[in-house]
Design a protein around this ligand. Sequence first.
Ligand SMILES: C[S@@+](CC[C@H](N)C(=O)[O-])C[C@H]1O[C@@H](n2cnc3c(N)ncnc32)[C@H](O)[C@@H]1O
Length: 423
Amino acid sequence: MSDTGIQARRSAVYLLDQVLGEGRLLSELLSGGALERLPPEDRARAQRLASETLRGLERADRLLQKHLSKNPPLTVRNVLRLGTVELCNGGAAHGVVNAMVGLVSKHRELSHLKGLTNAVLRKIAADGPEAWAVLRAPRLPKWLRNPLIEAWGADSIAAMEIAHFAGAPLDLSARGDAAALAELVGGELLPTGSVRLATGGQVSSMPGFAEGHWWVQDAAAALPVKVLAPQKGETVLDLCAAPGGKTLQLAAAGAQVTAVDSSAPRMARLKENLARVHLPAKTRVADAREMSGHYDAILLDAPCSATGTIRRHPDLPHAKDGAEFAALIDLQETLIDHAWSLLNPGGRLVFCTCSLLPDEGEVQVDEALERHGDMRVDRAALDLPGVEPGWITEEGGLRLRPDYWPDRGGMDGFYIACLQKTG
Ligand SMILES: C[S@@+](CC[C@H](N)C(=O)[O-])C[C@H]1O[C@@H](n2cnc3c(N)ncnc32)[C@H](O)[C@@H]1O
């Protein structure tokens, strides 16, 4: 085992401790510089190991409980979980067990548990992989599973859990011709116009990245701007814009874009993204509720529970408990109302969230229609290539779910509606 492999694993265990012990999100930890001192390859590896372990956590715990009479401290449990996931995903027994024992023995307060670590992981190496393969896809925790079952039914949630466990392919949006991009990167051109690669890799070394021909964006996340259908020269306000996947789409269509986000570091990333793909947009770090002016079209990609992105963020169900949902739902309502006040007569507002909860989608639109007499839902805006009729909701929005396109590798969960100002 190389020293660098040990560093990546030690960092993966640190990330697991933070997510499972402190309720921190991986994205927060990484943007806060948690792995800054690691070389890029180890950073990517630590991140991948932590994500894989979180994705398979229930399976790992089921296998481990057979060999543990009581729970060891969290860090040792996380070492065992990581080791189990590695072993059950084809890791070489000798190397994995040694590395995990090494991690525990170097830990001053935990080194007395190295014998336990060795014994348990040797047993997992012997019979774990076979048992792993027949365990069910890990379930969401109850705080999220129950409301989702209420919304979509138990069978749909089981299908979503299979999609979450499978993880996500890498989707790209083209600045220009999507078919040409599919050829350039050797990907699949999806019916909605995104380009899909089965496996990720070092994004920055892929063809066309340096030239700014494309950006990474899930196929579902690319649909709100297609629904908005920005026209050349239109004034478009992009509220809650960072890190800017949708801003790039709007600017690529030739709209005059004003991108607003309350987070300065996220806005800095948006600016870097604009610069890389050579597209123009005005940018402002501000609270969307304080914006003024009038626009032809507005995209409101509101802050939400992000429960539609669990395929790519397996930490979310473990780090969160739903406590902040009510405040997010209130904020979404306020943002819709404020955005509405900034829209020109005849203009359109696309409201979207990467959430699976109807309270952050269908219900928001139902209630907004009650509050605003001059609001109507533009169903025709959803008449787009690749959008299936079964995805359209009663009130005229678009409901996307991770269990859709099961043979293609799924998509993020999203809700999208186009609201037109009749006045
Ligand atoms: C779902 S993300 C946006 C993703 C983005 N539209 C994209 O396509 O890359 C939500 C964003 O809302 C921002 N945000 C949260 N509250 C806000 C507020 N009151 N005003 C402006 N931005 C806000 C967050 O900083 C975050 O970047």
